[in-house]
Design a protein around this ligand. Sequence first.
Ligand code: MN
Ligand code: MN
Length: 292
Amino acid sequence: MNTADRAVAAYLGLAIGDALGATVEFMTPREIAAQYGIHDTLRGGGWLHLKPGQVTDDTTMSLALGDSILAQGRVDAFASALAFDGWMRAKPVDIGNTVRRNLLQFRKTGDPEAPYSDRDAGNGAAMRVLPVALATFGQAEKTVRAACQAQAHVTHHCALSDAACECLVSMVQDALRGADKNHLLHRHAHPLAARHPEFRFRAVRPSSNPSGYVVDTMQAVFQSLFDTDDFRECLIDVVNRGGDADTTGAIAGMLAGALYGLEEIPEAWLNTLNAGTRHSCQAQALALIQGK
Ligand code: MN
Ligand code: MN
């Protein structure tokens, strides 16, 4: 399997996880079980009243960022802020509180970097890191880290968010190189938990009803990714935990897509994903990874 296929699978995985999880966002595992048994189809609905295969901010912010990277030829903080602001003006179906607050601040100040705050530890920057991972694939570690922070700090200027974003980008890039799950576990997930014990995901209870706190999100994603062996199983496991399920689904889908590749993505999910979204994700993944 080549790098481009894995890049496309990561982007489609992000969108599919978002669409799958959005149906059960903010529900508890018990409510999900009562309503759906096991939720495993792109049926739409949820609190946003989505159409089957429709995605939310996790995917659309990623696409907005990716378009800006392609237009600039690099990851630029000000261009990212303008792209996110344009995205907000287009009235997205959903938007996080931290994202809205700091984009309104950007409109006022013109400064693309939000003020530092340990309280801005939501998952809103981590959910949209994929275009940065693809655009900086093969570049020096210092360049990759700077690009991560340039996009993230527009809305989330926070050490825990940065740690999650940088870890996810490294994981995607190693998966694109063909690294296996064990490598991601021992070279990235465990070291993240060693540097920031908040992120410990072993010997803690299975993460249920994960909130939008980036630590909750990463614990749920890691548990689902490392305790399953294929794309479908991983996504079903993570979204049925409920909580911020579109975002855990999006991040798990991105990682599982890069890890397992295109052939592992179920046809039924691919065919139900909104056609325009599917096309945009494919085209952008190829454009970002081109020549790398
Ligand atoms: Mn969302
Ligand atoms: Mn969400």
